[in-house]
Design a binder for this molecule. Sequence first.
Ligand code: SAH
Length: 347
Amino acid sequence: MQLSIDLSGREVLVTGSDAAARQAVLRYRAAGAVVFRLSSPAGSRHDGPLPERPFLVAAVDDGQPGWQALLERCRETGIPVASEPAAGAAGQVTLVGGGPGTTELLTVAAVKALRDADIVFYDRLAPYQELPALSTAELVDVGKRPGHHPVSQSGIEELVVEAALAGKNVVRLKGGDPYVFGRGGEEVAACVKAGVPVRVISGVTSAISVPAAAGIPVTHREVSHMFTVLSGHAPLTEKEHTHLAGLGGLGGTIVVLMGIGTLRQLTAGLRRAGMRADMPMAVIERGYRPGQRTTIGELGTMMTAAADCSSPAVLVIGEVVRVAGANRDCAAAEAELERLAASLLGA
Ligand code: SAH
């Protein structure tokens, strides 16, 4: 159960060791509470006077024995007790997949990791606008945008490792899934090399979720039983042109990330490799964000149709693009039938 209470100006007693309670204290302060601290159950270690009767006791699970008596007293005297998780372990790194850009598509593990972090290094494709509501951590933008890298990859790795070595619980928040064109493997390697404990929380990749936002399933029974995800980051080399020929021959869905800058080479390459000019194609820009837009067309004419499309966008090439259209038509037909039925009943 989750309960939201207005705590502004309310006296809250946060109990638990300093290390375990450090983030709960920040959370309650951020919620506007007047925070008091009791760091050991003996009651000997507290900063300043304690409130006579706090509005709430926030009991951080710090693993120390002896809190029971205090909590019992609260129960007897009718002071509500909220259980709070201990702060994240110090000196470790968690690589978190942030999904395609909406907090709705964060995993439960991602939300917990953000809550428990002391510092978050985030990318522009992660749902960063909502971070202050999810975490009291220090937020650092190491945002990568096409052609604009304020912090280099090795710079990011250094920052992350340094923060962990300084004893912080570090979250590295990335767009989508950390292991899909996210350089997650390199960041894990940098931590391992520095002897810093590191774990990875998978995220919802844009390769699947952004087409879904446009109603396009990457596989569909009897339409496509495989999908291949490509990076369009760099123009295709001759070797990759050979790959494209193979790819076209597979007959599955092709999903391209970072493909806006190299759209011409891709569509021309697939045509040269023998793919039909009327193969359905979609460009979905800014999935799950304000201004989400889908452009549907065909391989042969997409270069013109998508002339004003911009990053971030996911490209989809394959028959599955038609499924979105068919479903839309179907939904429209159903809605029309319902309207008809309603007007008949009303008459
Ligand atoms: N690790 C990420 C991909 C990083 S590469 C993942 O799994 O999703 C960055 C590319 O992802 C962008 O250029 C774009 O092609 C795609 N992308 C990520 N989020 C997107 C969004 N909300 N809308 C459209 N494309 C997105």
